[in-house]
Each structure stands twice: as structure tokens, then as C-alpha cells.
Write a protein that binds this ligand. Structure first.
Ligand SMILES: [Zn+2]
Length: 488
């Protein structure tokens, strides 16, 4: 069911093609093509998300491949949210000739304005590193795109507010609805008029937590994705399709780990994505310090975009959870909190390495795939008094995954770094709904979608979620394959 069958010659054959995040959790890219008409005129080509592949080399190499259609043939991009695995390929798409509009919520555009240039900067750094150490097969190694190219693509972004209906072309419109994943995140409800019939497609992007504060503490944005949905075809994420988040409050254990590390003279290193996860962790840390559960040691928020990220959060108060609102009313902006340092130059960042007194370093990237976290970990992983606290998902093939899985060493900057520090991971801070939460959300649907395709999950997670949805809800669910085309 759903494969491209033969239709009458006068009918348009519309399809979705999964160009990324199929069989893996990164590289989200779904092409909707409304099909050629009887005269042979090409249909509308819409890309939902345009993410970067991250993690294993096999996946990362796909960032260098062209799409099956020319970039300039794509009419528009609609973006669910600002995570790099959903938006990080946009500068490459523009570099390859795309000049159409990119639709996103205002908060997503603000976040992309800092995340995409940062991604370009990391691409340049990587290329420079490989050239210096001549570790690339290609000489010279080139960045996928530069910081400047990433900045230049921001001119194509157009804001669309949540719930606003946006007409893309006659018979094609979409609406963003709340995803409750990160600041600015939204699902895309796409409505197509095809061969005289209305078709409704729902692209979930990443689905946020269903439950609230106690089991998803520190959530900066409101939890609870939109309820009462329906669709002819749904394309849904499955990151946590085979897992459940713990339901206990992580704060007492987190406080204990930090306290014990400081008591033995060690420092705490927290790899965290600079946007959302870092703010969430800072809010929790502030609460723990103010309630004297954690000593007030210096906190370094060491990411080049940390200040901008906080400023964007302060600007979009419409999305706050009640807890965030309360905390900000009480303590003001994190940028003003005593003992929290944000404005770090690269030199200041490196000087933290010389500090022998306990401190807490929150730095990116969250999966240790690049950024300043690398030199903090290279410095502090070999010492048993230190602790690394993971508060986010670690994709297979990333350094974060290696460290978290208990490896004796990890390669950073081309050197083998022994791991003697304590390694702790908390799963409660996830911004993704887990399996029970996804099923809980799906039960709110007004009717079963005709077909559901699962994307954005490791194969085991996607297939287990498919089985759960089939068995518990009786839905027609398939796991999407990379480059697969399915009829709309
Ligand atoms: Zn996401």
C-alpha cells in the first residue's frame, strides 16, 4: 500500500520522498512533489525540513551528495524547528541554487540566525583542522558551507505564525501547529488539492513532551503537542520509539552528583546543545544553587552563541512554561545571574583549562561532534575527580555516544584521550516524547490517519514503535526507507 501505482494519464501522481532521517535520526528532509500534470508541467516541489546528517561517517557523507532533484527546482522549504538535523543543510541547498522562500515560525527564524552561522563556522573549523593535519583524502578539505554562506541564506526566511494558514500555490497551503519540542517548534499540516480531492498531510517534526513539569523538569517551553489532529498521511518521528524516559525527578540525583564532584575538588562538564538544552540546564542549576542543594561554584556557559541564545529566549516569552516564567520573574535573565559567565572569547575558553578550582562548564556541541566542549573534555576526561554529565540524546557514531557508553578512551582532535572521569547520564531532560507519551498523544487524534510513515529514528526504535502503534492503536504504519517514494 502506498507505493507508486499506475494511475490514469490525466491524473497527477503526487508523492513524498524521504531524503533524510530515514533509518537514522539526522538529516531530516522530506520532499513533497505534487506530480506533473497532463501537459507534462512539473508540479510543486516542497521540502519539509532540510537537515544536516550527523553522526556516523556513512551518514555524514550524504551531506555531500546532491538531492535527486536540482536545488533550483524546489519551490519552497517549510521548516519545523531550528535543530541542525532539521535545518542545517539549508545553506548547502542555497549554495546549490535554491532561491525560494523558507517558511518558519518567528522564534525558529531567530534561532536559525545563530545556529546556521555557527554550523558554518564549525564546518570551516573542521576543514581547516583536516588540512592542517592532512587527515582528509581530499586535498584541500572544503567546508560544506561557510559561516558567510550560512548568514547569506537568512534572506530567504519568511515568518509564519503558529495557526496561520499560508497559501503556497493554488491548491497548496499549510499551517503550523504546536509541537512543544523546543522554542519555535511546530508541526506542519499540509493541505493539497489533487485531482479534485483534498489531501491532508501531517509532518510532526520532533514531538515534544506530553507530560509536564515533574517528569520533564526544566522544560523551557510549554509541554503538550496539539491535540485532536487527523491526516490522510502522517510522517512522524520515532527517536524514542523503543524507550521510556524515567519518570522520577532527576534533580535530587543531579544535585548529589554535582555536590560530590565539587567536594572531591573536581569539575563538572556538561555537553549541551547551546539552544534550549543549555537554558534548561541553567534554570535547573540556578534552582539547585538557590535552594543550597549545590554549592555556588563558578558556572561557565561556554558557547560562542550562548548570549544570543539567551536573548532569543527572553524575547519569546509567549512560549514559556509556567515554571520558566516563575523562575525568570524571581531571578531575572540568566545573563545577570551572579557567578554565571557567558561572554567567553576563545582565549577565555581555553584559560578555563588552567583553572584548578571546581567549576561547572556547560558547553556545546551537545553530542561532542565539534565546538569548545572538545577541548574541555580533552582536558578533564583523564582525571577521575571530574564528572561528565550527559543531559541529551547521543547519536550512534558521535564522541558523546562513545563516552556515554563507557569506552576506555575517545579520539578528540585526532588524539586518544583516556576516560577516567565519572560519567553520568540523565534521560529526563529530553525534549522528545517517549513511546508512552507518543501513544498518549496519538490517542487524542480525531481519526486514524490512512497511513503513517515513521522517520527520524534508529531502525530498532522505528520498528518497535511501528509494532506498538499497529498493535495498540490498530494504525497502518510503515517505517520509511531512505530515498523511498510513496504516493500521496
Ligand atoms: Zn529537534
Amino acid at each position: 500500500m502506498g507505493s507508486l501505482g499506475s494511475l490514469g494519464s490525466e491524473e497527477r501522481v503526487a508523492y513524498i520522498q524521504f531524503l533524510g532521517a530515514a533509518g537514522t535520526v539526522t538529516g531530516s528532509k522530506h520532499l513533497v512533489n505534487t506530480g506533473s500534470d497532463a501537459s507534462g508541467k512539473t508540479g510543486y516541489q516542497l521540502l519539509i525540513d532540510c537537515g544536516l546528517f550527523q553522526g556516523q561517517k556513512e551518514w555524514r557523507e550524504r551531506n555531500w551528495q546532491n538531492l535527486p532533484i536540482a536545488a533550483k527546482e524546489i519551490d519552497a522549504v517549510v521548516l519545523t524547528h531550528a535543530h541542525i538535523d532539521h535545518c542545517g543543510w539549508i545553506p548547502r541547498l542555497v549554495k546549490n541554487g535554491f532561491r525560494g522562500p523558507i517558511y518558519a515560525t518567528p522564534a525558529t527564524i531567530d534561532l536559525c540566525g545563530i545556529l546556521l552561522p555557527d554550523s558554518g563556522h564549525l564546518q570551516e573549523e573542521d576543514a581547516a583542522f583536516y588540512n592542517k593535519h592532512q587527515k582528509s583524502k581530499h586535498t584541500p578539505a572544503l567546508p560544506l558551507y561557510t559561516l558567510e554562506e550560512a548568514q547569506a541564506c537568512m534572506q530567504y526566511f519568511h515568518p509564519v505564525s503558529v495557526e496561520q494558514i499560508k497559501q503556497l500555490s493554488p491548491g497548496i497551503s499549510f499551517r503550523f501547529v504546536r509541537a512543544a519540542h523546543i522554542l519555535g517548534s511546530a508541526m506542519v499540516e499540509l493541505t493539497l488539492q489533487l485531482n479534485g480531492q483534498g489531501r491532508r498531510l501531517l509532518f510532526t517534526g520532533d514531538v515534544g513532551r506530553v507530560r509536564d513539569q515533574n517528569v520533564a523538569p526544566g522544560k523551557v517551553v510549554r509541554s503538550g503537542p496539539v491535540e485532536g489532529e487527523t491526516a490522510d498521511i502522517m510522517v512522524m518521528e520515532s527517536t524514542y520509539g523503543n524507550r521510556e524516559h524515567p519518570t522520577d525527578d532527576p534533580r535530587p540525583q543531579l544535585a548529589k552528583v554535582i555536590r560530590e564532584t565539587i567536594q572531591r575538588g573536581g569539575s563538572v562538564i556538561v555537553p549541551a546543545f547551546a539552544v534550549e538544552r543549555t537554558q534548561k540546564f541553567l534554570f535547573i542549576l540556578k534552582e539547585l544553587m538557590e535552594s543550597n542543594q549545590v554549592p555556588k561554584v563558578p558556572v561557565y556557559c561556554d558557547s560562542p552563541m550562548a548570549i544570543q541564545a539567551v536573548e532569543i529566549f527572553m524575547k519569546h516569552s509567549e512560549e514559556y512554561s509556567d515554571a520558566t516564567r516563575k523562575l525568570l520573574n524571581q531571578y531575572g535573565s540568566p545573563l545577570e545571574w551572579p557567578g554565571f559567565q557567558f561572554a567567553l572569547t576563545p582565549d577565555q575558553s581555553k584559560r578555563i583549562n588552567e583553572s584548578k578550582t571546581p567549576c561547572i562548564i556547560v558547553s556545546s556541541s551537545g553530542m561532542v561532534t565539534g565546538g569548545r566542549i572538545q577541548h574541555h573534555l580533552a582536558q578533564r576526561l583523564p582525571e577521575p575527580r571530574n564528572t561528565v554529565i550527559f543531559i541529551g540524546f547521543q547519536a550512534q557514531g558521535t564522541r558523546g555516544f562513545t563516552i556515554k557508553s563507557g569506552a576506555p578512551d575517545v579520539k578528540i582532535f585526532g588524539e586518544i584521550v583516556p576516560i577516567h572521569a565519572q560519567i553520568v547520564a540523565f534521560e529526563q531532560f529530553s525534549d522528545h516524547a517517549d513511546t508512552p507519551e507518543l501513544l498518549q498523544w496519538l490517542r487524542t487524534f480525531k481519526s486514524k490517519p490512512g497511513r503513517t510513515y515513521l522517520v527520524h529514528g534508529d531502525p530498532a526504535a522505528s520498528s518497535q514503535l511501528r509494532d506498538a502503534m499497529t498493535k495498540e492503536l490498530g494504525w497502518n504504519v510503515q517505517v520509511a526507507a531512505w530515498m523511498e517514494k510513496v504516493a500521496v
